[in-house]
Design a protein around this ligand. Structure first.
Ligand code: CP
Length: 302
């Protein structure tokens, strides 16, 4: 089975996956869905330990790893926040990872610095999974996002090949976008409509990956133009925690509040609307508005 390609491998980037591997992975995900929903019971990971090192804030990634590992019968050992770890005492991430790899069978790490995941993987004796490395990547989120796109397109009897994919919001710091571009680039003849304020454009590296794989790229700084006629609308929050000076200029970026009225005016009935969450629900936020929460085009969370 192609998933053997992943056996005991670190998962650091979405570029580690091929379509055959994804097919095998998603078949397994389909098989385990009743376990995830608590309708079937398995202890297949009995005795295994996941070390969960979230040095940066997380709600769903951390808890979804916990839930998955525990639903499969394994146990989870945590640390959260740099301030509660020995990194505060000057320890290197390599020392941390090497020691923790003696306590666990697999490790998931989130850290605001992009390189920490690579240093950890080099030092660890067990597989390391990237739970989000700064403005770099979020490969497991993109696996879930592609699973959602595949599922929603299958319901409509549509092919991903040829689709128009609107990527909206903070394309510069949005790591889920970066990983999703890599995975979607495995398909054919897509149009990526990169729609962001002009100071939050997608790094050229990811554009090159899509273009080298034969896809078209459109760049827009106007939200309504960017989402017009899209088959998938993938919205993201402005990553204020990374943006530094960029965030101060946000007001200059134009109107990126994605309201029900804009969805109705510009997106077709078949469009699949997604957001990796968290979204910014504060007043005046430039994000997917909660007034669109009942729109049937929103892909369901599970
Ligand atoms: N999607 C995502 O990464 O959410 P968290 O930051 O809550 O983990």
């Amino acid at each position: 089975m192609m998933m053997n390609a992943l056996h005991r491998q670190h998962i650091l980037s979405s570029d580690q996956f091929e379509l055959e591997t994804l097919d095998a992975l998603y078949s397994t995900a389909d098989m385990l869905r009743p376990v995830a929903l608590g309708r079937q019971y398995t202890r297949i990971l009995e005795g295994a330990v996941l070390a969960s090192l979230f040095f940066e804030a997380s709600t769903r990634t951390r808890l979804s790893f916990d839930a998955a590992f525990m639903r499969l019968g394994g146990a989870v050992s945590h640390t959260t926040g740099v301030e509660f770890s020995s990194l505060m005492k000057g320890e290197s991430i390599a020392d941390t990872a090497r020691v923790i790899s003696g306590y666990a069978d697999v490790m998931v790490i989130r850290h605001e610095q992009e390189n920490v995941i690579h240093e950890s993987a080099k030092a660890s004796l067990v597989p390391v999974i990237n739970g989000g490395n700064g403005a770099g990547e979020h490969p497991t989120q993109s696996l879930l996002d592609l699973y959602t796109i595949r599922s929603e397109f299958a319901k409509q009897d549509r092919m991903i090949n040829g689709a128009r994919i609107a990527l909206v919001g903070d394309l510069k710091y949005g790591r889920t976008i970066h990983s999703l571009i890599k995975l979607l680039s495995l398909y054919q003849n897509l149009t990526f409509v990169c729609t962001s304020p002009s100071h939050l454009v997608c790094p050229q590296h990811y554009i090159d990956i899509a273009e080298n794989a034969g896809h078209r790229i459109e760049v827009h700084h106007d939200l309504c133009t960017g989402i017009t006629g899209c088959d998938v609308l993938y919205a993201t929050r402005v990553q204020g925690e990374r943006a530094g000076g960029d965030i101060l200029n946000l007001e200059d970026g134009g109107d990126f509040c994605l309201t029900q009225a804009k969805l109705n005016a510009h997106c077709p009935a078949h469009c699949v609307v997604m957001h990796p969450l968290p979204r910014d629900s504060r007043l005046g936020a430039q994000d997917l508005s909660s007034d669109a929460d009942q729109d049937p085009r929103l892909a369901p969370p599970v």
